[in-house]
Design a protein around this ligand. Structure first.
Ligand SMILES: Nc1ncnc2c1ncn2[C@@H]1O[C@H](COP(=O)(O)OP(=O)(O)OP(=O)(O)O)[C@@H](O)[C@H]1O
Length: 314
């Protein structure tokens, strides 16, 4: 379990983190989302004891990271693949990590296998692609069988197959009880991987909710409708007071309506519909609404949802 309580960090007059609090429990993938400069990296650095907070505390497994004698056995981290020593081979890198954390070296081959690098064990890291370095970083993070994983942008540099692999890998780890915290900009990926999302903006927690609840609370459901008479249908719907947008693929997205009402309106005006489906919102829409960015509706007010960082947690 990761616990962050009321963290504040100032750099001169600028406040990087302003009262951030949340937890990432065992058996769950928690996503940490936020725009550039929101305070994610500062929060992660505080968690890893790399930056001292002005206020608050950050605990891994109930203790500050800096008090862990062999941190790799408690928390695995994947921060920057580029910090790997490029002259070493994959195996040498893991051997060095194992030795410095008193981890039996027998585990190395198993970890290389798990991340799909068994054939590259003796390849120098300098010959690795970014995706391979991410996989090696993950092997290192898993070396001590940690119950907590802290990953910064884990899908960076991975191809489509690698992204799917990483997603199921992290989901499997959580299913076996690991607490996984993923800091990322990749909204679609976070939506597919995380059970729970913490959104940070301007150093504060804007939302701390299960992924599905965050989406339903901060997006408006819409109906996607297609018809050969798109222009006429659009005019009819707008006349009836609905907000209508052109959807990808040439259909119409109608906010705030149900399929029955749209079907009835089309019938009344003798417009034949080709498709009529209820669509739920996306994490991206919810996120834009929360951070108040252009494209986001900001229809639900600006109050932080989780002032103490704990509301709405299970
Ligand atoms: N060492 C530092 N000195 C001064 N200001 C800093 C320092 N580190 C971070 N900041 C500022 O604190 C704020 C939060 O930065 P942080 O890197 O934590 O955000 P972030 O959410 O990780 O953004 P990104 O996704 O771009 O990495 C930013 O305004 C940043 O400029």
């Amino acid at each position: 379990m990761i616990e962050v309580e009321d963290l504040v960090k100032r750099y001169g007059t600028a406040t990087a983190v302003d009262g951030v609090g949340f937890s990432a429990p065992a058996g769950t993938v928690t996503g940490l989302l936020g725009p550039n400069g929101a305070g994610k990296t500062t929060t992660v650095k505080i968690l890893l004891g790399l930056v001292r907070p002005d206020r608050g505390r950050a605990l891994v497994d109930g203790r500050p990271y800096t008090s862990l004698a062999r941190p790799l056995r408690i928390v695995g981290t994947l921060l920057e693949a580029d910090s790997l020593h490029r002259g070493r081979t994959a195996r040498q890198h893991l051997l060095w990590l194992a030795r410095s954390n008193r981890i039996p070296p027998e585990r190395i081959d198993r970890r290389l296998e798990q991340v799909g690098l068994a054939d590259q064990a003796r390849t120098r890291i300098s010959a690795f692609s970014l995706g391979m370095r991410q996989r090696l970083g993950l092997a290192g993070a898993l070396l001590g069988d940690p119950k907590i994983l802290l990953l910064d942008e884990p899908v960076n540099g991975l191809d489509a197959e690698g992204i799917v692999w990483m997603r199921s890998f992290l989901r499997d780890l959580a299913a076996r009880g690991t607490a996984v915290l993923v800091s990322s900009h990749h909204m679609t990926e976070v939506a597919r991987t995380a059970d729970h999302v913490v959104v940070i903006g301007s150093g504060r927690v804007l939302a701390d909710l299960p992924t599905g609840e965050l989406i339903s609370r901060y997006t408006q459901p819409k109906v996607r409708v297609t018809s050969a008479e798109r222009e006429r249908l659009s005019a009819v719907l707008e006349d009836a007071g609905y907000a209508v947008r052109t959807s990808p693929g040439g259909g119409l997205d109608v906010a705030g309506a149900g399929t029955a009402e749209i079907g009835a309106l089309a019938g009344e005006h003798r417009i034949v519909l080709e498709g009529l489906t209820q669509e739920s919102g996306s994490l991206e829409e919810a996120y834009l609404d929360l951070i108040g960015a252009p494209g986001g509706g900001r229809a639900h007010g600006t109050e932080p949802l989780a002032a103490d960082g704990r509301r709405n947690r299970r």
